[in-house]
Design a protein around this ligand. Sequence first.
Ligand code: GUN
Length: 294
Amino acid sequence: MTAEIIDGKAIAEQIRGEVAAQVSRRRQAGEPPPGLATVLVGDNPASLSYVRGKQKACREVGIDSQGFHLAEDTRQEVLEKLLIDLNADPKVNGILVQLPLPSGLDEEKALTAISIEKDIDGFHPVNVGRLAMKRRDPMFVPCTPSGVMVLLQKTGVKISGARAVVIGRSNLVGMPTALLLVRENATVTICHSRTENLPEIVRQADLLVAAIGKPKFVRGDWIKPGAIVIDVGINRVEDAGAKNGYRLVGDVDFEEARQVAGAITPVPGGVGPMTIAMLLKNTLKAAEMASIKK
Ligand code: GUN
């Protein structure tokens, strides 16, 4: 069997087009453009590149983005003061604090300072708490996990009743993805660095989400024939032949897995573009909610 390749780039492009059309309709109706504030602390190269990508994507769909770049040694009070000012700024509908923050800053305190109406990353503890509760709805769902769910829905796979395995329990990806899968009635197992007999558990998965950050960690013979594999990993591995001296690989050994899986996301071009598309969608949603409130 050779797996269907799930084209995240094309699906993300479609979502970006829908957001752009909606932003343009808003403009014609005399509404201001949605506004996103990105907050980056320090100069982590991967974070810099992610934030630039997010700002560029905003421009392309007509969302106003303002970037705030703070020094590595910024004090907690300064960061929180900025977030409180942004909460009060009517031109800002969404606030994104790029993670990880430099050591010394309290991530939870910073994320809690963001108003839940502007928490387009869905990382505020109230939004995460609502995601974990029955009959509660978060204002926003984290972007990468909601992108994973869209990719699963687009493959047409039945999630309800399926056995899902999520490898990774991070606040950003693993845990919220597992919660979303439970909300869609999957039977979910969350695996992590202390899991015993990992390959055996992964072999039971109809749906596999790999979010561990280790290149080619999941091998082809761990995968149940026909399973749907969503690879969240974006790992840089040295490659002397590549332009930048590195190339990107996922958490799954793609060449092995594609021989066994029913469908699989590539890296790059799978989950990555979906994260940005969902961010744009969440920012538009925040702007729409702010318009209704006015
Ligand atoms: N760092 C890695 N992924 C993300 C994300 O989706 N949002 C933010 N704010 N930081 C991240």
